[in-house]
Design a protein around this ligand. Structure first.
Ligand code: ZN
Ligand code: ZN
Ligand code: ZN
Length: 114
C-alpha cells in the first residue's frame, strides 16, 4: 500500500478536458474517470486522448497488474487500483460518484484480459 501515497503526477491530459476529466470523446455525466497509461505513467481522460496527444503507441495493463493504481476518480481525485475499479460496482468507493457502466464494455482498451 505504501506506493499509494508516493508522489505521483495526477495531472490528467486530454482534449477539451474539463474539471472532472471529461474530454471531447467521452463527456456524459458519468464519464468522470481518467486512466493511467502503462506506457508513460500519465493519466489521460481516455485512450483516444492518449492516441491524439502522445507521441508513442499505447501500452495497456495486464490483469496481473491489478494492484496498480491506474484509475483516477475525476470527482474526488482518488486513485483506484485496477482491481478496486473492477470491483467498484460502477461507483467510486471513496466519494460515491457514479462511473459509466459502459466503460466495462471497452475495458480491453485499457486492461488486457489475459
Ligand atoms: Zn503513453
Ligand atoms: Zn478523450
Ligand atoms: Zn470519487
Amino acid at each position: 500500500m505504501s506506493d499509494r501515497v508516493a508522489q505521483r503526477d495526477l495531472t490528467v491530459h486530454g482534449i477539451a478536458l474539463e474539471a472532472q476529466t471529461r474530454c471531447s470523446h467521452y463527456h456524459g455525466p458519468l464519464d468522470i474517470i481518467a486512466i493511467r497509461m502503462k506506457c508513460c505513467g500519465a493519466y489521460y481522460a481516455c485512450r483516444s486522448c492518449h492516441d491524439a496527444l502522445a507521441d508513442h503507441t499505447v501500452d495497456v495493463w495486464s490483469m496481473a497488474e491489478g494492484d496498480q493504481p491506474a484509475v483516477l476518480c475525476g470527482a474526488c481525485r482518488t486513485e483506484l487500483t485496477i482491481n478496486e475499479y473492477c470491483r467498484s460496482g460502477d461507483q467510486c468507493p471513496n466519494c460515491g460518484a457514479g462511473f459509466n457502466p459502459g466503460c466495462r464494455s471497452h475495458h480491453q482498451l485499457y486492461f488486457a484480459s489475459s
